[in-house]
Design a binder for this molecule. Structure first.
Ligand SMILES: Cc1ncc(COP(=O)(O)O)c(C=O)c1O
Length: 436
């Protein structure tokens, strides 16, 4: 007798769409709403790196499967790039090309985290990471950190408090989505050191590595290559989100294991998107991002100045502490102020819809060009706002906005994952040479 149709219990805690609850509220909203985005860009990729530039005559087989770990020339180019940036010797075997960084992070979690184990997630965080952890029947544990800690020691103290015998990994993203903050190098070093001394994996989300406006990006992999998996994305760096191409980098014998997860979930990353990625790595992509970064930065500055809030340091987001304006927000005046500033908004009770954010944080996007309208079923038009990599032209003020819508802690030391024993501190300390 087949089981009565039921879904995995892990799914109960995952929303079908991170922002689906907002869509329904927006559908009922009578006033004006403003466009939100999902961290995509309105720009096309660099010329020569677009789908229209790929021809079967030049790339016979471009509609066939790619090798599951990635096209060899792309793996080589990525290994060179990562080695140069991180300072860690990197071979093509240390790289896995994935269906976006999302696919890469899923492969990492699926490979190194056992069902029932916990992943510490520095908060606020990119919302999909917790769903990814849950998909593998593990538990994300949010560690509010940005806006809470004021020193490297403070940051370590916050993660230390959440450590349990089930903790398997620490996830961090810098430049950060959604706060637009860059974790200072000494914080990253202290957190990676702490993870190392507790035998944890480090899952380093580096997708905004090219979107640094102030300060510098710290590669966790440079600090503890033996236990770090870094996730990277052609979506963010080169405006190719729709191509679904990203990659993860880690110690090669472990990357081979990650491939077991990726091969059984998406098999290989689309061949054409890998060819486009390879083109972007020949210098055209870097020229593109240099230009775009400046445009993002200018827009971020403009949005921050108009709102009277600190400038974001990187990524494509603007996140605001509105603790002292909560009354304004509750009374509805804050959205109006934001509207006047031309910014997309998420305010009022919707703040609480962010599971990882304290209700005093407001998540904005410095949107610029009017984004494509979002059509909600049953409504004439609608626009939904989340975040954006917008910059540049300001919306005309004459036109009304569119209405619409393991140190060997007991319990951890002997733990095994799909990859074998979790790394312990035995071999190098945080800055040592690769190995577990
Ligand atoms: C912090 C962070 N990590 C990972 C991703 C996923 O990127 P990709 O499009 O490569 O899957 C995103 C996308 O918004 C992100 O913001």
């Amino acid at each position: 007798m087949p089981r009565h149709p039921q879904f995995s219990s892990s799914l109960a805690s995952i929303e079908a769409s991170v922002f689906s609850s907002l869509i329904h509220r927006l559908a009922e909203h009578e006033g004006e709403t403003y466009p939100f985005h999902v961290g995509d860009t309105w720009l096309e990729p660099a010329e020569g790196c677009r789908m229209q530039d790929l021809r079967v005559e030049d790339h016979p087989g471009m509609h066939r499967y790619a090798p599951p770990r990635g096209l060899p020339p792309l793996l080589q180019a990525l290994a060179r790039r990562v080695a140069t940036r991180s300072g860690v010797p990197t071979e093509p075997g240390d790289v896995l090309v994935t269906a976006g960084a999302t696919g890469g992070l899923a492969a990492v979690v699926g490979a190194v985290v056992q069902p029932g184990e916990q992943v510490l997630v520095l908060a606020p965080y990119w919302p999909l990471i917790t769903g990814i952890v849950r998909c593998f029947h593990a538990e994300p544990v949010a560690v509010p950190l940005i806006g809470e800690a004021d020193s490297a020691e403070g940051a370590v103290e916050l993660v230390r408090r959440k450590l349990t015998a089930r903790t398997a990994a620490l996830y961090l993203s810098t430049p950060n989505n959604p706060t637009g903050r860059i974790l200072p190098p000494d914080w990253v070093a202290a957190l990676v050191d702490w993870a190392s001394s507790n035998g944890l994996w480090v899952i380093s989300d580096d997708v905004y590595e090219d979107c640094v406006f102030e300060g510098e990006h710290t590669y966790c992999r440079s600090l503890a290559p033996e236990r770090t998996f870094s996730a990277h994305s052609f979506s963010k760096a080169f405006g190719m989100a729709g191509n679904r191409c990203g990659y993860v980098v880690g110690p090669d014998r472990f990357v081979e294991q990650l491939g077991k997860v990726s091969i059984h979930s998406f098999y290989s990353t689309p061949t054409a998107s890998q060819l486009a990625a390879l083109r972007a790595l020949d210098g055209r992509g870097d020229a593109w991002i240099a230009d775009v970064r400046e445009r993002y930065r200018q827009m971020a500055i403009r949005a921050a100045e108009r709102l009277g809030v600190p400038r974001p340091e990187g990524s494509t987001f603007l996140f605001i502490d509105v603790a002292d304006r909560l009354d304004e927000a509750r009374s509805g005046r804050l959205p109006e102020r934001l509207r006047r500033a031309g910014a997309a908004r998420r305010a009022g009770h919707e703040l609480r819809a962010l599971p990882h954010a304290r209700p005093r944080l407001l998540h904005l996007c410095p949107a610029r060009r009017r984004p494509a309208r979002y059509r909600h079923p049953g409504r004439s038009t609608g626009s939904l706002t989340l975040t954006a990599s917008g910059c540049g032209r300001r919306r005309s003020t004459r036109r009304p906005p569119r209405r619409s819508c393991c140190t060997r802690r007991p319990g951890i030391a002997g733990r095994r994952s799909a990859l074998g024993p979790v790394p312990t501190r035995t071999a190098p300390g945080p800055r040592g040479s690769p190995r577990p």
